[in-house]
Design a protein around this ligand. Structure first.
Ligand code: SF4
Length: 82
């Protein structure tokens, strides 16, 4: 499983951050980025194994996003949310 933020869709509403501050934060452009175990935070794909939270919490954060900017794929690359 992996997750990314579509920066074109993200409006910086920060619902994801309110729900999951361990994973999401806003960058200087006001777009959500993902904090990974290693490396710089970015909006690009992050593997679940690099994130310190349960899969259901990431799904809940994705569902909280008003613009469906949080994209989740399974291990086969099939989009499972939104
Ligand atoms: S909830 Fe959605 S729109 Fe708001 S900061 Fe997170 S990704 Fe962006």
């Amino acid at each position: 499983m992996r997750v990314k933020v579509d920066r074109d869709l993200c409006i910086g509403a920060a619902s994801c951050i309110a729900l999951l501050p361990e994973v999401f934060e806003l960058d200087e452009a006001g777009k959500a980025v993902i904090k990974k175990a290693l490396g710089e935070p970015s909006s690009d794909w992050a593997d679940y194994k690099d994130l310190p939270v349960e899969a259901q919490m990431i799904l809940a954060a994705a569902k909280s996003c008003p613009t469906n900017a949080i994209i989740i794929e399974d291990d086969e690359g099939k989009q499972i949310y939104p």
